[in-house]
Design a protein around this ligand. Sequence first.
Ligand code: SF4
Length: 339
Amino acid sequence: MSDLVQMPLQAEIPPPLLTIEGLKVHYPVRHSWRGTTLAVKAVDGIDLSLRPGECLGLVGESGCGKSSVAQALLGLVPATAGRISLDGHDITGRGRVDALQLARSAQMVFQDPMSSLNPRQTIREILSGPLRLHGMGSRDERDERVAEMLRLVGMKPDAADRRPHEFSGGQRQRLCIARALIVRPKLVICDEPVSALDVSIRAQIINLLLDLKTELGIALLLISHDLGVVEHMSDRIAVMYLGRIVEEGGWHEIFTQPRHPYTQALISAIPEPMRRDRLPTRLTGEMPSPLSPPQGCAFHPRCPVAIAACRSGDAPAFTRAGPDHRARCHLIDPGTSHA
Ligand code: SF4
């Protein structure tokens, strides 16, 4: 047998499409009577990466900073610190030309499909808008691409001549997905893509996004407050609390061996009785203000298993819980499988 045949076959791991290093997004707030300026630390030093064709679920309660991450990615808010790299290019603080180029590589699907579609335009005008913006194709080619995208998202070609109000919420979200994909982006950021939709049609949109991810090989950054939504779509999951990632791992690790009490509480909130029994952690109280985060572990005021060390000092550093699994909690012993 030749050396070539004996060599182990190694799957080539592609380099990350998106890398976020030490990202901070702080919003200055003027204190009215003291006259001082404070900072709302919406995002306070996060690291994330996303490979081509992968879906990363970014999950956490409303106000945890996950939407600020998306906005910083798209250049809609400035990064206070850190570095964002997309497809090998540093896109932190890019200029207008770079921003336009970025818009081709990364597109966004928003929570409310009605407010993100111009009611005065036909679907053809809406879908071909990004193509016109990027100078892509002749008029006939753009029309062809619109018809192709409508078919891809399960809509009939005659939808092109109608207006947004003529469609249901689920159909409008399909149209938003078509608009996001029409310029063939490498990354699509979905910010709560099903939370404004009827429960009965959420599964259809989730399945559509999954099919498109497989068919087109796009990477998805899925932002949601609902771990139940993230569960069905994500290859990896990052759990965010008060501006920081508190646990990150593969789908299997997060759902079978959640190590951070906050992740455990989010999983126990998924309405499936067997899960609730297995993970009895309940989430109580409100998330503290990012203007004055608690000392020590920011989760300690709500944590049912907090110890004295959690209430002072610095926030816990990441502890590795497995090859692709890490969490910030003092109670994690890297040698064990449960917190
Ligand atoms: Fe709870 Fe302490 Fe772990 Fe924070 S560090 S999650 S307060 S046990």
